[in-house]
Ligand binder design. Structure first.
Ligand SMILES: NC(=O)c1ccc[n+]([C@@H]2O[C@H](COP(=O)([O-])OP(=O)(O)OC[C@H]3O[C@@H](n4cnc5c(N)ncnc54)[C@H](OP(=O)(O)O)[C@@H]3O)[C@@H](O)[C@H]2O)c1
Length: 333
């Protein structure tokens, strides 16, 4: 399984670490090695020279010199090189256009896609997912929502006969973490810095704290679980700047950024933003670095899934898992 990986930040580096730490187990489980043939960061893309190890990739990135791994190439050269999958763990662009162009070019060449980057799917779902499906190409996006907590693959492979009729979840770590810290007296800036240290807040954290990141996830949830073709412009959202500070002081222990989607007579009721949860709500029981959700289904009943802790390693594991799903399918055909 030959892959190109776009992005070598928190998630991208953990992706490489997991391949390094668990390569044998991954090979046994999916019947294929995952070969990282190209890596990219904001400085460009390089073809990784034969014989370079995962440790070499991590060291080169740490030295901010991925050029030392091999020759620079263009995205067209990557897509024409015969890779099996393109992995997007790069920063989200504001309009998703950069990713859209790359994804469409990959799909046109028969290349499957795995993404943790939400922007292209939140802004251009209709131009990517149905387009790929019609051509028999897979676009897998487990890691886009709720980090490492199984969600889309769980609904698809473990709840096969069911339709989801309601979703409620805490799927954004940074905003909830920052708010909890603020409730216990930490300043906004200090809370963001701690979230960045944990690797959960991206370098540009404003998408998280403004609620935009949660809104992107909500689009993907509505489209994937309820078979729609929404875009970000269809979703209203709020974030930390809109939080009432008096409410934060008095009821902050019940205040969370969460997403709720209910299907009622074919119409969807969608909300994403800060709201007060009732005492005893499952979502309130989640720890500050945990993610989780509750789905109501027509045949599998109500299911609650959560992690004890989530971060870039767990997100990267979800990305690796999607690549393993592809590897098994490539092998079968
Ligand atoms: N962190 C999480 O737990 C988590 C959870 C779910 C989803 N995600 C998503 O996963 C993606 C990566 O997250 P992260 O935490 O790893 O972010 P990050 O630490 O900020 O890393 C982003 C990486 O993307 C690279 N990059 C920026 N522009 C690029 C471009 N045009 N082409 C190729 N690479 C480019 C950056 O390059 P430089 O290194 O040169 O800056 C960096 O290596 C984001 O889209 C995020 O929303 C993250």
């Amino acid at each position: 399984m030959k892959v190109a990986i776009l992005g070598l930040g928190n998630v991208g580096q953990n992706f490489i670490r997991i391949l390094s730490d668990s390569g044998g187990h991954i090979r046994e489980s999916c019947g294929s090695d995952i070969e990282v043939a190209f890596v990219a960061d904001s400085s460009g893309i390089v073809k990784v020279d034969q014989g370079r190890t995962y440790a070499n990739i991590l060291l080169a990135k740490r030295a901010q010199n991925i050029r030392s791994l091999g020759e620079p190439v263009t995205i067209e050269q990557v897509l024409d090189s015969g890779i099996d999958a393109l992995i997007d763990v790069s920063s989200a662009s504001k309009d998703g256009n950069r990713e859209l162009e790359i994804f469409r070019a990959a799909i046109d060449r028969g290349i499957n896609i795995v993404t943790a980057n939400k922007s292209p799917l939140a802004l251009h779902w209709a131009e990517i997912v149905p387009y790929a499906r019609n051509r028999g190409i897979k676009v897998l996006f487990e890691a886009t929502v709720a980090g490492g907590v199984p969600l889309f693959n769980f609904a698809k492979y473990s709840c096969g006969p069911s339709r989801v009729v309601k979703f409620r979840g805490i799927v954004s770590l940074t905003a909830n973490y920052v708010l909890k810290m603020m409730h216990s007296g930490t300043s906004f800036e200090e809370a963001v810095r701690k979230a960045q240290e944990m690797g959960v807040a991206e370098t540009d954290y404003t998408d998280d704290t403004s609620g935009l990141d949660g809104a992107r996830k909500t689009v993907i949830l509505a489209n994937a679980l309820f078979d729609r073709e929404f875009s970000l412009k269809d979703i209203r959202y709020s974030g930390i700047p809109e939080v009432d500070l008096t409410e934060l002081t008095s009821k902050g222990d019940r205040l969370r950024l969460f997403t709720s989607i209910t299907s009622e007579n074919e119409a969807l009721e969608i909300s994403t933003g800060f709201g007060l949860l009732d005492q005893g709500d499952f979502l309130l029981s989640l720890e500050e670095s945990a993610l989780g959700y509750e789905i109501k289904t027509d045949n599998n009943g109500v299911l609650r899934v959560s992690s004890a802790h989530d971060g870039p390693r767990e997100t990267a594991a979800a990305v690796v898992n999607d690549v393993m799903i592809l590897a098994r399918e490539v092998k079968e055909h």
